[in-house]
Ligand binder design. Structure first.
Ligand SMILES: [Zn+2]
Length: 250
């Protein structure tokens, strides 16, 4: 009881932390089982202690052609992940959104995603269509009651035989949430989407669909690979720096 209460308090504190945008965290739509997020059962694991991975995102901004964004991933916070047991009822948005491979108690590999624009230009996004309308760039979610930007990030769990699971960020909005490089002024939010050079977009680990459903994955060590702009849908001067990998123990 006490542990459950502490977990709930911790979750509330995290959800209310400054700099974390609500995004897809719509309480009425998602019903994340906060009591299941018991830190005693699902400790955050510092992957840096296991393996450095191949992410080297903390270096200086790369010189690119003038006026072109360069999307990258910020390794630091992304190295912390959790595997949480979470109850997914049949009417949960995650079912209709295809974010789980079954209902009932699911084991979800959760991690934050932080993407940064370290190019020479701002990332400008097309205007969002009207409610209930989907187009080439945005998909209307009837369950979440907002649009999801397509093709922004992809998540993969990789084993010895290759990719085992694939997921993607259910991007509610891409916005300037965290300043990485000094000097750039914040200009984008959910009403006017984009990513200013020198700013990062942050999705925390407790956002709906910010996970891979690993319920049916055999115990072992795997590689989590996160790719921003995987299909080149967005202007990006260097796509060789779009990958982040780290080992995860399941
Ligand atoms: Zn959503």
């Amino acid at each position: 009881m006490l542990r459950g209460l502490l977990a709930l308090l911790g979750w509330v504190a995290l959800a209310g932390a400054p700099g974390i945008v609500a995004g897809c965290r719509n309480p009425a739509a998602h019903e994340v089982d906060a009591a299941a997020l018991d830190p005693g059962d699902a400790p955050a694991i510092d992957a840096a202690a296991l393996d450095p991975g191949d992410a080297a995102i903390d270096g200086p901004a790369i010189d690119g052609p003038p006026g072109v964004p360069d999307l990258q991933l910020v390794a630091g916070d992304m190295r912390r992940y959790r595997v949480t047991p979470t109850m997914i009822e049949a009417d949960h948005c995650a079912v209709t959104e295809g974010c789980v491979s079954g209902t009932g108690m699911r084991q979800l590999l959760r991690f934050p995603t932080e993407t940064v624009n370290r190019g020479t230009g701002d990332l400008l996004l097309p205007p969002v269509p009207d409610p209930e309308i989907s187009d080439d760039n945005y998909e209307w979610s009837p369950c979440h009651k907002h649009h999801h930007l397509k093709g922004y990030t992809r998540y993969e769990l990789v084993g010895r035989e290759g990719v085992i699971l694939t997921g993607r960020k259910q991007a509610f909005c891409i916005a300037d949430m965290k300043q990485i490089d000094a000097g750039a002024h914040q200009q984008f939010d959910c009403a006017s989407q984009g990513l200013t050079r020198g700013w990062a977009d942050v999705y925390d680990w407790d956002v709906d669909c910010q996970w891979l459903d690993v319920t049916d994955v055999a115990p072992g060590t795997y590689t989590l690979r996160v790719v921003v702009n995987p299909d080149g849908m967005f202007p990006d001067s260097d796509r060789t720096n779009n990958n982040f990998t780290m080992p995860v123990a399941l």
